[in-house]
Design a protein around this ligand. Sequence first.
Ligand code: NAP
Length: 522
Amino acid sequence: MTGASSFISRLIPSRLPRVCVPVTGSDATDLVDKAEALVRDNTFLEFRLDYLSHPAQALPKIKRFTEYHPQIVAIGTCRRIVSGGKFRGSLATQLEILSKAASAGCQLLDLELQSASKCKPGQLQRLRAKAALIISFHDFRATKNLERTLAKMAAFPADFYKIVGTATTLYDNVTMMKFLEKQSDRHSLIGLCMGEQGIISRVLGVRAGSVFTFGAISPDEKTAPGQVTAQDLRSTYRIEQVDAATRVYGVAGDPVSHSLSPVIMNAALRRENVNGVFLALHAKTLKDLLACVRDIPIHGLSITMPYKQAIVRFLDNTDSHTTKIGACNTVVRAQDGKLYGFNTDSAGVVRPLEQRITLDKSKILVLGAGGAARAAVYGLKERGAEVYILNRTAGPAQKLARSARARMVKRADLKKHTFDVIINATPVGMGNTRESPLHENEIQARYVFDMIYDPVETRLMKFAKARGAQVIPGIEMFVHQAARQFEIWTGKPAPWDDMLRVVTLALQERTARNAAKEQKKK
Ligand code: NAP
């Protein structure tokens, strides 16, 4: 029995880890140092030899590494430029490097379809005698012709076929997963979509039949567009546990990459032992999103800008808040495929206030008359509060005041009023600490509730503190509206404290990262 076939007979039945981490380096020492730093948490690595200017020089170091860490499974890859890699050498040199990578302990070798089709059969056989062979194909533009590409690849005997497309719609993920479901009985496949919209296939591809997937070392060291870090795949998305019963949830919007919903929701699902995964879905159209809801299927959606209003007409039924507000932020897909819409922004405003004051007969000022303000006004009126509205433009404020039976107030008259609570439902102060929707001397209130949660402390909150008011940060609204979503989707009480802790930490980390980036620019 050859080295490779004995390896495969041992490897396949015992199943490879689901996440392979590509390792790159500026030179051989850097490459192996990075691998050393990874071995504690990652037993499956891909050495991207093509990132090195002298790949062959790294092989003795890799050999020492694999001998010292016999538990590691390693792929040797030296992808040529024509196939999307960085290796500038000839095909003959590529094959020589891969062969030596096998001798250095790489049990799998990746060879692109473009290179394989130029090889003589004997060359491929010799490679395969040394290690398990992956024939790979990467499409950097689209996810299409998967069956045809596989048929071309299958002409070359190999142990795995890896097909990577690029998602330009969310539905491309469905195309990839349907292909994996159909073909993975016949071949050992690795399949996924690159790009920000490819997240669905990166997490769910393994349950559709992909033998494994790839996870980056860190957010700054991705070897493919849209790659998720290995740590996020394992701890946020719990990829090792994803199975046929795993329910899929997501936040859908355009853009959506900044959303903190995946962090908070995956933490809640994990904490409450719900077999579910929550993904950020960058939907460029509602049609694309709804097709995925039907075909994946997706059990619950958090809807964000710009679809909160537009989605309403696609829903089979909505709760009274959604109907009044005219906007939906939560969708549930029932067993029969029907879509039900809810608005949990009202709960996001009411719950933090109820933890502090009695709302009945309280006097509350809402700044703004957009979607979030409407959710606040209706929710507060329902609890018996006396609500005042102040908006930059009179028209929307008048309309809202009339339909919710609230009052209007002019900015010039603010000094005549003392409120129990002032709520900022405008974007003024978002992303900076310079702007505030009110001047300090306009604030006369026991509490000031700023819906904005980035920055953590807004200018309005600073003013409020200076005026002796207590502040309620926007993060509480975010957590409470998310908690209500969790309850609607799962029927379980939400782990509120945990959600607040996780999201506060994520915000602090984001602030620190942004500050470090700013510092670097200077
Ligand atoms: P929206 O529908 O676009 O409404 C924005 C409102 O703010 C409008 O009434 C608008 O007045 C007013 N406004 C906009 N720019 C202004 C400015 N420069 N000066 C004064 N008023 C201005 O937005 P939304 O969905 O209601 O969201 C409002 C804020 O709440 C956003 O900052 C959002 O991030 C935040 N929010 C937070 C949470 C949370 O979980 N913490 C949830 C939802 C929303 P006009 O009528 O004059 O245009």
